[in-house]
Design a protein around this ligand. Structure first.
Ligand code: RFL
Ligand code: PHB
Length: 395
């Protein structure tokens, strides 16, 4: 970035999916913004994360002019499968609720977002360290940061914190005003990317007495698999041989016998937690995405919540600049949180139904899990309820 701006309308801290999409949506409304990001573009693109785009998120991306590659290269999935007890249940989204999800990697979406940012000449300041926020209550705010040894000040009307689960912006809401809600889960996910064809055409979420497993994909030659590991596991504890053996043991044999394995090309260990901070705003600061809430990946909701937050926020900011009214911005936190809690509940429910919980009255819990899965197998109403939450509410 040649010239770092000193003034903008909206300063966005963090250029992941939430920050980049917000900048693009604001640009389409004629609102200026500057993104201040800690990492390089390369680093952001190398983070392999989400893969499932909800029906409503896909429509938002299309209407924002970001759907072309997603529609060409992504996969429309009209259902997912739950495996338990050697059986498979299909949740037929299309038949039950007339909607689908799109399998399209977060890294691919991030590439599309960078392209849109560049096409719109939206300033993205990367490698910005020591971000600090000033004067959040008053007429104007300032974001300061250090880049290549020089301190910069960016004056703005509003600051949006899109700096993810380990960001700094949320710390600027006085602790006396914040309430946090948290549930940590006593296990991790070990995830790999494998340069092999996916084992099935649709995702398979597997409940097994030894733990959870998930078969997902990125494209016809690239699969994404996860297995549940112990809370203190590290990557070194999961050499490829162990990973494949555990994955196979947790899938129905009709599936595992089709599994093609190869040396993995990426491996990560990720803890699972549900966490929400309320409210999502203070003065001229608004939080969006993982900066304000984290859900376990079981429900595939994190990226979709980042998208819904910034859609609500872009509308509220557009209204403020168009009419001068603060009504939309004043209501942002409550509007976003209502959707966030629906996703928190669904992700908690799927996590609880599908994982092995070490230590706690497991025989009892296990019977409840099996009963819940039997109910889904037997009842179209139960499947419709799950389908409705998985594909997500309209935006
Ligand atoms: P991000 O993507 O973490 O981006 C935050 C950005 O802020 C930058 N940053 C800072 N910048 C300036 N100053 C600072 N002090 C900063 N601190 C941090 C960071 O470098 C980064 O670029 O948050 P955002 O934009 O809110 O997006 C959220 C999503 O990334 C996240 O919710 C999803 O990836 C969650 N997730 C999934 N979500 C889904 O909807 N569907 C899925 O299938 C799905 N699968 C997953 C997932 C997350 C996973 N992991 C690893 C946590 C699977 C996994 C394994
Ligand atoms: C993924 O493809 O990475 C993925 C899919 C579904 C999830 C979580 C992750 O629930």
């Amino acid at each position: 970035m040649s010239q770092i701006p000193e003034r903008t309308q909206v300063a966005i801290v963090g250029g992941g999916p939430a920050g980049s999409l917000l900048a693009h949506l604001l640009h389409r409304e004629g609102i200026e913004s500057v993104i201040v990001e800690l990492r390089t573009r390369q680093h952001v693109l190398e983070r392999v994360r989400a893969g499932v785009i909800e029906h409503g998120s896909a429509e938002v991306l299309r209407s924002a002019g970001l759907g072309k590659r997603m529609d060409e290269e992504g996969f429309m999935h009209e259902g997912v499968n739950l495996a338990f007890d050697g059986r498979l249940i299909r949740i037929d989204f299309m038949g039950l609720v007339g909607k689908y999800v799109v399998i399209y990697g977060q890294t691919e979406l991030q590439k599309d977002l960078y392209q849109a940012i560049d096409a719109g000449d939206i300033p993205l300041v990367d490698e910005a360290e020591e971000v600090e926020l000033h004067e959040l209550v008053g007429d104007r705010s300032t974001v300061t940061f250090l880049r290549q040894g020089r301190r910069h000040a960016l004056e703005c009307d509003f600051v949006v914190g899109c700096d993810g689960a380990h960001g700094v912006t949320r710390e600027y809401i006085p602790t006396s005003l914040v309430q946090s809600f948290e549930r940590t889960y006593p296990f991790v996910w070990v995830g790999v990317l494998s340069p092999t064809p996916p084992v099935a055409d649709e995702l398979i979420y597997a409940n097994h007495e030894t733990g959870f497993a998930l078969c997902s994909m990125r494209n016809r030659q690239l699969s994404r698999y996860y297995v549940q590991g112990s809370a203190d596991d590290r990557i070194e504890d999961w050499p490829d041989d162990r990973f494949w053996e555990v994955l196979k043991s947790r899938l129905p044999s009709t599936v595992s016998e089709r599994l093609v394995t190869a040396p993995t090309i990426e491996k990560l260990v990720t803890p699972l937690r549900s966490w929400v901070a309320e409210p999502m705003s203070f003065g001229r600061l608004f939080l969006a995405g993982d900066a304000a809430h984290v859900v376990p990946p079981t429900g595939a909701k994190g990226l979709n919540l980042a998208i819904s937050d910034v859609v609500y926020l872009a509308e509220a900011l557009a209204d403020r600049y168009r009419t001068g009214s603060m009504t939309g911005l004043d209501g942002y936190s409550a509007t976003a949180l209502s959707r966030v809690w629906r996703a928190v509940r669904f992700s908690w429910w799927m996590t609880t139904m599908m994982h092995y919980f070490p230590g706690i009255a497991h025989d009892f819990e296990r019977r409840l899990q099996l009963s819940e899965l039997e109910y889904l197998a037997a009842s179209e109403n139960a499947r419709r309820t799950m389908a409705e939450s998985y594909v997500g509410p309209s935006l």
